[in-house]
Design a protein around this ligand. Structure first.
Ligand code: AMP
Ligand code: MG
Length: 345
């Protein structure tokens, strides 16, 4: 047990107080994750299994949902066991309600609904992107950051608004994760290809010119994908290197503008692409220039996981918000700026 967690546990015994805690289920795309988090933000458990498509293929929604349905019972049991708790100890069941792939979302929502009805627990729908951001704030101690949300489904630069997250800039077409995964697929890697492309890019020697498209504060990556697919006779390492340099520079430009215009002093980077070391290096330069601190999420929590759902579950639970099981929805294209975030002002 981590020192901080042990300290909290002892404190809990001393006061005889029971901290509220709940179960979070993540199932938007590749990952089926389950986590138990308490109201003080202690992550009591966080387990997951990731669906891997065959080499050169993208995610197949039906196959991924089958994977999730197969893994779910054991993972829910494992998460409770790792937290040394039972389902009766949970104060709520939170699930990822979107955005994501319909069949995958439905596995998580159906399980959450079943647990909620059978065990009489409040059910809480959580927006996947809000989950990435709020878990990032919890783990980095960041309070009012410019957020770079770079996951498979999002490429957005955000700042907090009144009971909401406000989009400062975003991609107009592909997400950065999709660009990387689709290029990966074109050269024979399975999705998610990010870690393989990052490794390959380290051997790149020659920069191949690719379209750099920033429109105002928005980004566009589809032209870059079309161009790079026409260059496949070149060494793949040079292409991976050029893709990273161009796409990350675009993201860095908009991040720098967001910091300069808002005057905020923290840059929080969340989502699977946040694990990329070259991106971190570029963003560090941006943060330095703007007198801001970069707050990268710990790599183990950069990608999708149950904790990103359980922690907002705690925040909604504290705000007294839950859904009726029959209203527990999924929304494949739920926009983050439509989500009520009552703890932000
Ligand atoms: P998420 O939806 O948050 O799990 O993020 C998944 C996306 O992150 C996928 O598109 C991955 O290819 C991408 N990704 C994961 N690790 C890396 C990495 N080291 N570099 C770049 N992209 C990455
Ligand atoms: Mg994600």
């Amino acid at each position: 047990m981590e020192k901080g967690n042990l300290h909290r546990w002892v404190e809990q015994l001393d006061t005889g107080m029971k901290y509220k805690r709940g179960l979070g289920i993540e199932s938007t795309a590749h990952t089926f994750g389950v986590s138990v988090v308490d109201e003080r933000g202690t992550i009591l458990s966080n387990v997951k299994e990731v669906y891997k498509p065959p080499p050169g293929k993208g995610i197949h929604p039906r196959e991924a949902s089958r994977h999730h349905a197969e893994k779910a019972p054991k993972l829910i049991g494992d998460a409770l066991k790792a937290a040394s708790l039972t389902i009766d100890d949970m104060d709520f069941i939170a699930y990822s309600a979107g955005p994501g792939l319909g069949p995958c979302l439905r596995v998580g929502a159906t399980l959450a609904r079943a647990l909620s009805v059978y065990y009489h627990k409040p059910i809480i729908p959580v927006h996947h992107g809000v989950g990435h951001i709020e878990l990032g704030c919890l783990l980095t101690g960041s309070s009012d950051p410019v957020v770079l949300l770079l996951s498979g489904g999002h490429t957005m630069i955000l700042v907090s608004g009144i009971r909401s997250w406000v989009v400062f800039g975003e991609t107009l077409d592909l997400t950065l994760g999709q660009l990387i995964d689709q290029f990966g697929r074109a050269i024979g890697y399975s999705s998610p290809a990010g870690p393989s492309i990052e490794k390959l890019a380290r051997d790149g020697k020659k920069y191949v010119t690719l379209p750099y498209v920033v429109k105002g504060n928005d980004l566009s990556f589809s032209g870059m994908l079309t161009s790079i697919k026409k260059e496949l006779s070149r060494p793949y390492a040079d292409l991976a290197f050029s893709l990273q340099e161009t796409a990350f520079a675009m993201v860095a430009e908009v991040s720098e503008r967001a910091l300069a215009l808002t005057g905020k002093r923290e840059l929080l980077v969340v989502g699977g692409v946040a694990a990329n070391a070259r991106l971190s290096e570029m963003l560090n330069h941006v943060a330095d220039r703007q007198g801001a601190a970069i707050k990268p999420i710990p790599i183990a929590f950069a990608g999708d996981c149950g904790a990103q759902i359980a922690w907002p579950g705690v925040l909604y639970n504290k705000a007294g918000i839950s859904a009726r099981a029959e209203d527990a929805f999924v929304n494949q294209s739920w926009r983050i700026d439509r989500v009520s975030v009552p703890w932000r002002s």
